[in-house]
Design a protein around this ligand. Sequence first.
Ligand code: BTN
Length: 266
Amino acid sequence: MKETLSPEAITRNLGNRLIGRRVIFYPSVTSTNELAKEEARRGAEEGTVVIAGEQTGGKGRLRRSWLSPGGSIALSLVLYPEVAELPSLIMAASLAVARSIAAVTGLEPRLKWPNDVLVGERKVSGILVESQVRGSRVDYAVIGIGINVNFKVADFPEIAPAATSLAGELGEKVSLTALIRRLLVEFEGRYLALKAGGGSLYEEWRDSLSTLGQEVRVESGGDVQVGIAQSVDRDGSLLLRNPDGSLSRVVAGEVRLRHQTEQDST
Ligand code: BTN
C-alpha cells in the first residue's frame, strides 16, 4: 500500500528543538529546494522542513536533474547558519542520512565525497545545499535531501545503472515516516552540536568517507582530474594526490555563482 505522508505523523513526539518545528507537505512540487528558498526569503522559522510526495523538477548538483517519483523522500531544511558553519552542513546532512538509513533498515550505507550516500556501489541518496551569502552574512541555507526509498530503479533507465533504492536492496518497503523522523533527529543533533561549537562532525565525516585512499576522477568546471583521494579538509575540500605526486585541492563541485550572491555550496 502507498504510504501517505503527513506533517503530524512526522512531528508527533519527535523531541527536536529546532528541526521540524514546522513541516510543510505538498503531494507534488517542482523542487522542495525552490519552495524552501521562498520560505527562507519570507523569513520562515529556522528548522522549517518542506517535504514533497514527488518532485517534477528536482534539482541535483552541478545543474543536473534529480528524479523523485512517488515512494522517494524529497525534503529541504531551512537554516540560518553562520558563514563559518556552511562547509559543515553537508557533513551533518550526509552523516544524518547514512545513520538514519542504517538505523531504520539495518543496511550499511557509505559516504562518497562530497555528498553521495551509497549502498554497495550504488547511489541511494543525494544532497544539494544552496545558500545565499552577502559579504560575511548568510541570508539562508537550504539543505535538500533526496533518498531513493520505495521505487524500482529499473523503472527509470536514466538512473538504473548507478542507482539503487532501499526497497530494492531489502526486498521490502521502508516506512517513509520512520526514516524522515530519524533523519530529522540525526540532523538536529549534529547541527546543534555544530552551533554550540562542540562535537566532532569533521572527524566523524572524514572517518566515514569510503572515498579516501581510492583512485578518483573529479570533474569540475569542464576539467577532469584523476588521482588518489588522499584526505579531506575541514572546509570539505578533497586533497587529491596527482599522478606526478603533487597534491591539489578540489573544492566540491566548485562554487558556481548563480546571481552575484547565490551559490551552490556543494
Ligand atoms: C545530487 O546528488 O545531485 C543532489 C540531489 C539532491 C536532491 C534533493 S531532493 C530534495 C531537494 N529538492 C531538489 O530539487 N533537490 C534536492
